[in-house]
Design a protein around this ligand. Structure first.
Ligand code: ATP
Ligand code: MG
Length: 552
């Protein structure tokens, strides 16, 4: 387990107090689908709970009824489980605590630590001051406790319209930390909530809710991203001013940013709504749903999260780091198959028409335990169009007129002639094979420089394969927004290539949706879980076999 600064903090605490527990939580807002940034938080929170024998809750931060829904709740649970997060019985919703939170707010009012403010939201903003100027006290700051209690009860009873009043903490309008300038704790929002329906016309804000949910659940370490650092004094203030059952500690870490993609739900939603991708589960999306459909495995994502570590400095992580974790995992586990993406017909003239045979090929060259498969062969096979050149370039060792190559696991063939079609393109190759070379070698020890993958034309599954490139051309597209430009202008127009008539080894007809394979020489592929029909799956390329050239 990688030692990072949060583990060191916990280790120090446990050195002082051996019995000190580790209780964490993963607190998504159900207003979108999870992305790989969330995976970092899932791995961290559930990982610490597991490694220290503690517990991690799954807590939905559902305090904004306008943006949240039950479909997102179900999707998030599914994704967290898929990533390996195990919350046991600890499934919570901030909305479960609405009544308790209301009581805590009343407690603050009674102690003179909160007041009902009747300024409009624009006025509140104007009174708040700036980074360089202190704020001004609201004229309602001196309302007495009884009036505050009465008004807050009337807010809760639905007596006012949206925006008429808010409940604010009474802290310090001159604080250098703007979060401490009498932050709003409750606002009126007459909206239907996915879990509580119309029961509540008022909703608590994040800074008030989060720390109290943590305390009510007995969370010990409340891990969040760095943008909440300035909220920590408020987190601690709220817990210190109510009778909270315990005092969790907030620790911040850097959020994950990944090259060539965007990571905020808001921007991802713009890609979906603008039709730039096919949906939240488009295999180009950095969402868990998208990565999973693309063929990334939970094991690879967990490994990636462990390699990037946990620090307090923001940086942009290279996409190749993630892809390498996927490659390593699939290299070890994915069965091998042959597939021809851009087929060129090869007729083997000295192989009898109507005859066929089968060659043996391992499921995995380094893992004999995974067994073997039979690959049919006949007079006509497909090879990859780019594996033939009529006038071969200098370092081209594959097929050319007069040249001999190996068809992997099968035999040696020699190209006798390239036949052109009406369009002037090479339409077919006439070849001969050496019957002595059956199985892939020759008795005379003759060597060939090229080994090609191939598929028997008669037995091939003809189907669609999709190839993906990075979604954006720019390593940090979100920076475009900072510079006042439209980030979608940086989308890679070639991020998806659909090949309609590929020729695949026949056993792939039975590939299970979501099944992983290495297509020899081409990369790792996954049977699309959504599209495709029985006997004719569609495949997505997960990653290429090797890292492709950078910044192309
Ligand atoms: P987004 O900015 O994508 O909308 P969010 O922070 O609003 O993300 P939440 O649903 O509030 O999303 O996040 C749930 C948890 O995941 C939080 O604890 C948050 O800090 C964490 N998280 C979100 N994005 C990242 C990221 N890029 N890296 C690490 N943790 C993240
Ligand atoms: Mg958020």
């Amino acid at each position: 387990m990688p030692a990072h600064f949060i583990r060191k903090i916990i280790d120090q605490e446990r050195a002082r107090d051996a019995g000190c527990a580790v209780v964490t939580r993963f607190p998504p807002e159900p207003n979108g689908h999870l992305h790989i940034g969330h995976a970092k938080s899932v791995c961290l929170n559930f990982g610490l709970a597991r490694d220290y024998g503690g517990a991690c809750s799954m807590r939905f931060d559902d305090t904004n009824p306008c943006r949240e829904n039950a479909e997102f709740v179900a999707s998030i649970k599914d994704d967290v489980r898929w990533l390996g997060g195990d919350w046991g019985e600890r499934l919570f919703f901030a909305s479960d605590y609405f009544e308790r939170l209301y009581e805590f707010a009343v407690e603050l009012i009674k102690n003179g630590d909160a007041y009902v403010c009747s300024l409009s939201s624009d006025e509140i903003r104007a009174y708040r001051g700036t980074l360089t100027e202190p704020g001004r006290d609201s004229p309602w700051r001196r309302r007495d406790v009884d009036e505050n209690l009465r008004l807050f009860a009337a807010m809760r009873a639905g007596k006012f319209s949206d925006g008429a009043h808010v409940l604010r903490a009474k802290i310090d309008m001159a604080s250098p930390n703007i979060n401490m300038r009498d932050p709003t704790l409750y606002r009126i929002r007459r909206a239907r909530h996915h879990a509580t329906g119309d029961a509540w016309p008022i909703y608590p804000l994040y800074d008030f809710t989060h720390c109290l949910c943590d305390a009510l659940e007995g969370v010990t370490h409340s891990l969040c991203t760095l943008e909440f650092e300035d909220h920590r004094p408020l987190y601690d203030w709220v817990l210190a001013h109510v009778s909270a059952p315990c005092r969790p500690r907030q620790i911040e870490f850097a959020r994950l940013s990944l090259e060539y993609t965007v990571m905020s739900k808001r921007l991802l939603a713009r890609l979906v709504d603008g039709g730039h991708v096919a949906g939240w589960d488009d295999p180009r999306m950095p969402t868990i749903k998208g990565l999973r459909r693309r063929g990334f495995t939970a094991r690879a994502i967990n490994e990636f999260c462990s390699r990037i570590g946990v620090t307090r400095s923001d940086n942009l992580i290279e996409l190749s780091l993630l892809e390498n974790c996927v490659r390593e995992d699939l290299d070890a586990t994915a069965p091998r198959r042959m597939a021809v993406l851009n087929p060129l017909r090869v007729v083997i003239e000295n192989y009898p028409e109507g005859q066929s045979e089968e060659f043996d090929a391992p499921e995995h060259p380094a893992k004999p335990g995974m067994g073997a498969r039979k690959i049919p062969f006949c007079r006509e096979v497909y090879i990859e169009r780019e594996d033939f050149m009529e006038r071969p370039a200098k370092k081209f060792h594959r097929l050319a007129p007069g040249r001999e190559v190996r068809l992997r696991y099968a035999c040696y063939i020699t190209c006798r002639e390239a036949v052109r079609g009406g369009d002037g393109e090479v339409a077919e190759l006439r070849c001969t094979y050496d019957p002595q070379s059956r199985g892939g070698g020759t008795k005379d020890g003759r060597k060939v420089k090229g080994t090609l993958h191939w598929v028997s034309a008669r037995h091939a599954v003809r189907t669609e394969v999709r190839l993906y490139e990075k979604l954006f051309l720019q390593p940090n597209p979100a920076a475009e927004i900072g510079a006042g430009r439209d980030f979608t202008a940086e989308l890679n127009p070639d991020s998806l290539r659909v090949l309609k008539n590929c020729a695949l080894e026949p056993s792939l007809a039975n590939a299970k949706p979501g099944g992983h394979f290495q297509f020899e020489r081409l990369g790792y592929f996954c049977a699309d879980p959504v599209d495709g029909a029985a006997g004719r799956p569609v495949f997505n390329r997960t990653v290429t076999l090797r890292e492709t050239r950078k910044n192309k």
